[in-house]
Design a protein around this ligand. Structure first.
Ligand SMILES: [Zn+2]
Length: 440
């Protein structure tokens, strides 16, 4: 069985709260049914919030905030029996989720929160029901200024059953079991205020928001630039190339085979379900491999370098669908827009887990990660600063048309990123050094 140990990892759609410890959950059939219902309620409430905010236009009264939405939710619960029968915590937390996604729209890389779809974005957030006294940073108990009483905080209720199993209380489901790992951070019970339950590829996971201890900087003053690409996942300015593991050719063939069989199976047949489950299992395996790679690489980066510079990417824009291209001669007809090609690239981009690598590095090296705007990093000569599209001979080769500097194109881009935004780059001089080869 794959991945029942906790992976400290993130899914891009869900985690606006920061780092999490993720554990595989093993609910009973009844618990699973209840949890799927929670998912449906959370999605419904989230989508209502998306709709409300999508109607907002410039110059109009502000779209309702979290407090106002909570008040509206109470009303909606009274009016709609289906919603009212659901768990209130789950529904309120969905609104909280939306508010956080909205706040993080400029930093998360995913922009405005969008619709959540059935089967694709299944999950909900729970706030712990245990009450624990809160303490200040210096260890003294936190006291309410007005009343003089001890401030009580929330805590997720978890219990250790034995060495490898623990359980967590989920509203309406009682205790749900989850698996601990044999050693490391995942062997300890998570200590968190809130947690998120997700259902993807046939597996349930609980992700507890925990703050990892930051990895200490090596103190060497070394700065590294990272260029993320499709052919090479991460080219580092010291010349190393790191590649994120992908599904093997065999695995991809298997996925296609089971998708084909599922498509041909009769509707609602057990065979169809079984084939889709096989697809899901293969995809989960690939995703876990990718997450594992991101964890290891980000730890390596945080340990080895003092300052880590990533090129600024708009992953969301880069993975958007290709726009339809209307035919100017035939109204109502469309020209080819290379949508299939773009879709392939999109998959490749997402498969690389770019966003995840950046995010996890930031968690492990807080304050030591920088984003450098991307334009021209791939066309600019790193020693002389000359920008010319002819310098990029091919996907892999870079030869400066000004100074003749030859380098791997990705390594050259990584060097530019390492130099940072306001790097002191010498101005290009047309006459000097043309034709010569400098080695760096
Ligand atoms: Zn040059």
């Amino acid at each position: 069985m794959l991945c029942h140990g906790p992976i400290v990892a993130l899914g891009p759609y869900w985690d606006y709260d920061g780092p999490v410890a993720r554990f595989r959950m093993y609910p009973t059939r009844e618990q699973e049914e209840q949890m799927l219902l929670h998912c449906a309620h959370a999605r419904y409430v989230w989508n209502l919030a998306v709709e409300q905010h999508s109607h907002w236009r410039k110059g109009h009264k502000a779209a309702p905030g979290f407090a106002e939405q909570c008040r509206q939710l109470t009303e909606a619960r009274r009016e709609h029996e289906w919603l009212g029968a659901g768990n209130q915590t789950v529904q309120v937390q969905a609104l909280k989720d939306f508010a956080q996604a909205k706040n993080a729209k400029f930093t998360s890389g995913f922009g405005e929160p969008t619709w959540r779809k059935r089967h694709r974005h299944e999950g909900f957030r729970i706030i712990g029901d245990d009450r624990v006294p809160e303490f200040s940073d210096d260890g003294s108990p936190r006291v309410n200024v007005k009343t003089g009483k001890q401030v009580m905080g929330r805590k997720a209720t978890v219990q250790k059953l034995n060495k490898r199993w623990a359980q967590v209380r989920v509203p309406g489901c009682g205790w749900v079991r989850f698996r601990l790992s044999a050693k490391g951070k995942g062997a300890a019970l998570p200590d968190a205020k809130t947690f998120r339950i997700t259902f993807k590829n046939g597996q349930w996971h609980a992700a507890f928001a925990v703050i990892p201890d930051p990895t200490p900087a090596p103190g060497t003053g070394e700065v590294i630039g990272i260029d993320r690409g499709v052919t090479i996942t991460a080219a580092i300015s010291d010349g190393r190339k790191l590649n994120c593991p992908q599904a093997t050719t065999r695995e991809r063939a298997q996925i296609r085979k089971h998708q084909r069989r599922a498509a041909r199976a009769p509707r609602n047949s057990p065979a169809k379900t079984a084939e889709y489950a096989k697809v899901a299992k293969l995809k989960a395996r690939e995703a876990n491999r990718r997450k594992d790679w991101c964890e290891k690489t980000s730890t390596m980066l945080a340990r080895t370098y003092d300052l880590i510079r990533f090129e600024k990417l708009r992953i969301r824009n880069m993975t958007a669908k290709a726009k339809p291209k209307p035919d100017p001669d035939l109204p109502g007809q469309y020209l080819k827009n290379s949508r299939a090609a773009k879709a392939g690239l999109n998959r490749a981009i997402l498969a690389q887990g770019w966003g995840l690598l950046r995010q996890r590095t930031e968690h492990k090296a807080p304050g030591r990660v920088e984003d450098v705007p991307a334009p021209y990093t791939s066309l600019r000569c790193s020693p002389c600063g000359w920008i010319d599209k002819n310098s990029r001979k091919s996907q892999a080769e870079f030869v400066c048309t000004n100074c003749g500097f030859t380098c791997n194109a990705d390594a050259n881009a990584a060097n530019n990123i390492a130099a940072g935004q306001d790097a002191d780059i010498p101005r290009p001089r047309r006459t000097a050094g043309a034709g010569g080869t400098t080695t760096h």
